[in-house]
Design a protein around this ligand. Structure first.
Ligand code: SF4
Length: 509
């Protein structure tokens, strides 16, 4: 009989969440480095370099790989011979959530609380990132197996489900669906694909699949032994041939691996789900056998690849403190800028408040002036030690599209910084007001924060991480993604790279 003690289980959950907040899995780093080495598009290669540099800095500094520190998702397999030694009133879910609370409030590495309760109504931040999403299964045996992830909201937002007909082709559906997902899931990453069961079972299979280790090169070498493996190989080649590339900038690698899990299904159905895992792929797996809490071995960070970013000679230096519409009009899509000076921040909740003020013709809060400024879509992690701000990478820009016309009309902004593409509404507003949209690399949040030299809240402090901050930045690298004519790199580059890949003999090692 195995006895699992409450404090061991809670501590294991907390330690695992701290561990995955700053250590990428080594298989992920290896695959990302292979993508970096073979990439031929300079913009995509630079994005991959930033992700790898960020990963090393986070592992060394024990700080989060992304400002979005995720929604905790746990799969527990509980041996039927396990006995729990716990307080009488506590459930297993309560213990998981206690571990989440401990991890996200850790004073040496405080993690951003991103979970809101009352999701239909008030959407109030629960402050400690609870509750986790927990799946439990009773299995034979005397151990507790824990598969735990901290899943980013940007990649989770791109999850897809289709109830295909039995005669429909899964590959066709995936190739039609992935381009529509855009780059908000911060590719390259892993696509977890679940096939079979019922609608909810397919989604669960996809979630479990995207938490598996990367081993596509071994499968390529070995060859497929069954239909699921054959599907992985076909999709790995064809999804990469779409040319979406790192951050949607166009390039050779969109997926590092395709993982497939299947389950028997009804004769009338073929449910298929996709869940992407992003540049902040965070998961770890362990078992408890009654011998105390888990002890997770730190990876050998010295083995992280040493790569370099594009230097100043390839970039345009921009002084944000004397920016003009004339300067902005000269920027070309694909160009790298190094920004120095003052930026304002804002994301969903702040935009909602600002647009409400514009509609009611009310003044902005005292001290807030967007005239000739750029706004950075970000919700940073709180600082620790001597940091001026915690990891502060960009959030998905399309969520701000519906506010963009009003913001550009009323605020005096010259442009915006976010991650991934803009949608039709955002593009139309950018073109109408001759503004620009710049893209920072999603998943390089700690690296971005190194360019931020000071930070202060200037409006809406009640919004917490969503408050409007003023950042002073120095040489913050961004790519011009939409110019004043509304031309978008995310529309042009993948098309171009899809065409080029058609011509590149792809050698699969
Ligand atoms: S890497 Fe991108 S999708 Fe993933 S958590 Fe960070 S911002 Fe979100």
């Amino acid at each position: 009989m195995t006895v699992i003690r409450q404090e061991d289980f809670v501590q294991s959950i907390a330690d695992a969440l701290q561990y995955i907040s700053y250590y990428h899995p080594p298989d992920f780093i290896q695959a990302m480095n292979q993508a970096y080495e073979k990439e031929q598009n300079p913009a995509a290669k630079d994005a991959l370099a930033q992700i790898l540099i960020n990963s090393r800095l986070c592992a060394e500094g024990q700080r989060p790989v992304c400002q979005d520190t995720g929604i905790v998702t746990v799969f527990l397999k509980i041996g039927m011979a396990v006995v729990w030694e716990t307080d009488s009133a506590i459930s297993i879910a309560d213990m998981v959530n206690e571990g989440v609370r401990l991890a996200y409030g850790h004073p040496d590495n405080i993690l951003r609380a991103s979970i809101v309760s009352d999701p239909i109504g008030q959407r109030i931040n629960t402050q400690d990132n609870t509750p986790a999403v927990i799946h439990m299964e009773l299995v034979p045996g005397a151990t507790v197996t824990v598969d735990i992830a901290a899943k980013g909201g940007g990649s989770e937002a791109k999850a897809q489900l289709a109830m295909l007909n039995p005669s429909d082709n899964i590959v066709d559906w995936v190739l039609e669906t992935v381009p529509k997902m855009g780059a908000g899931w911060c590719p390259p990453g892993i696509l977890g694909i679940g096939v079979g069961g019922t609608a909810e079972k397919a989604m669960l299979l996809a979630k479990e699949a995207c938490m598996e280790s990367i081993d596509i090169q071994a499968l390529i070498t070995k060859g497929a032994d069954n239909a699921a493996e054959a599907l992985r190989l076909e999709l790995y080649e064809k999804v990469n041939a779409l040319g979406i590339g790192a951050q949607g900038l166009g390039g050779l690698t969109t997926v590092l691996d395709i993982k497939v899990k299947d389950y028997p299904t009804h004769a009338a159905n073929k449910p298929v789900a996709i869940i992407p895992n992003c540049a902040a792929t965070r998961h770890v797996h362990f078992s408890l056998d009654g011998e105390g809490p888990v002890s997770l071995e730190p990876p050998n960070v010295a083995s992280w690849p040493k790569v370099t970013q594009r230097g100043a000679k390839d970039s345009r230096k921009v002084n944000l403190d004397c920016l003009t519409a004339e300067q902005v009009a000269q920027w070309k899509i694909g160009e790298t800028l190094l920004l120095s000076g003052t930026l304002l921040t804002g994301r969903d909740a702040a935009h909602k408040k600002l647009v409400a003020l514009f509609e009611q013709q009310l003044p902005l809060p005292a001290g807030l002036d967007f005239k000739n400024k750029l706004i950075y879509y970000v919700g940073p992690v709180a600082p620790v030690r001597d940091e001026v701000v915690g990891p502060a990478g960009p959030t998905t820009a399309t969520r701000m599209d519906k506010f963009t016309d009003s913001m550009l009309q009323h605020s005096g902004l010259l442009g915006m910084i976010g991650k991934a593409e803009r949608g039709p509404e955002g593009l139309a507003a950018i073109k109408k007001y001759r503004a620009v949209y710049l893209m920072a690399v999603g998943g390089a949040a700690y690296l971005v924060s190194k360019a931020i030299k000071s930070s202060r809240v200037v409006a809406f402090p009640e919004l917490g991480m969503e408050a409007i901050h003023e950042f002073v930045v120095e040489d913050m690298p961004v790519t011009v993604a939409v110019d004043i004519h509304g031309e978008s790199i995310h529309q042009q580059a993948p098309r171009e790279w899809q065409r080029r890949i058609g011509n590149i003999p792809i050698v699969v090692k």
